[in-house]
Design a protein. Structure first.
Length: 216
């Protein structure tokens, strides 16, 4: 019976890792759609979010069911409760990738990102994908040191976001208010995406150490 129990715990972890993979792929594709005005890719990201939502629901159901049936304590209970928080952060990350894809779809056939900011947005997308993929590694390995690295990755995203805002707020900005609003939204989506990945890492730190990791 205990082997079945631990198999269930491992299966929940595997589903969390799969969620990070899907969400990382979604933000990469959404960025591609945003930069190239590719409607088909944007639609694939929007439709693909259903797989993330289904995993979210399945993790929640299996976790609650396991708690009810097995009444876990100590480390196992902490693993299950942190898993619930992690799956919520990943589900929200998937929604943010969808928001980027919907922005690309709304602007089609035009491109929402002017040429001079394509590099910045491309890098934001790459950092977002990298940080959530690292979060997946952290969930799988429960490596506290690697989890702590994600704080520094988030700093990179924050600086890219500031670069985007500085460019848009400059007096010589030539692209108008509508484009500025679109880019401000996109920048916020990427920033929040990275924040959710960091939240996942903090949950792993709590799981491993038993101490809440609050950034000062």
């Amino acid at each position: 019976m205990r082997d079945v129990y631990h198999d269930e715990l491992d299966a929940i972890t595997d589903q969390l890792v799969e969620m990070t993979r899907l969400v990382g792929e979604a933000v990469s594709l959404a960025t591609q759609a945003l930069l190239t005005s590719d409607l088909a890719i944007a639609e694939s990201v929007i439709e693909g979010d259903e797989a993330v939502n289904l995993l979210h629901e399945n993790v929640e159901f299996r976790t609650v069911d396991l708690i009810a049936r097995q009444q876990p304590v100590a480390g196992d209970l902490r693993a299950l409760t942190t898993g619930l928080r992690i799956t919520s952060d990943l589900e929200r990350s998937g929604d943010l990738a969808v928001h980027v894809a919907k922005l690309a779809r709304r602007k089609y056939p035009a491109c929402a990102v002017p040429g001079e900011l394509q590099g910045t947005v491309r890098e934001m997308g790459a950092v977002a994908a990298e940080i959530v993929n690292k979060a997946g590694d952290v969930v799988k390995s429960r490596d506290a040191d690697r989890a702590a690295e994600l704080e520094r990755d988030d700093d990179v995203m924050d600086e890219l976001h500031r670069t985007l805002l500085r460019t848009m707020l400059a007096p010589e900005w030539p692209y108008g208010v509508d484009t500025a609003i679109d880019l401000a939204l996109a920048g916020r989506y990427y920033e929040r995406f990275a924040d959710h990945a960091v939240a996942v890492a903090r949950q792993v730190l709590y799981l491993v150490t038993g101490e809440s990791a609050v950034r000062g």
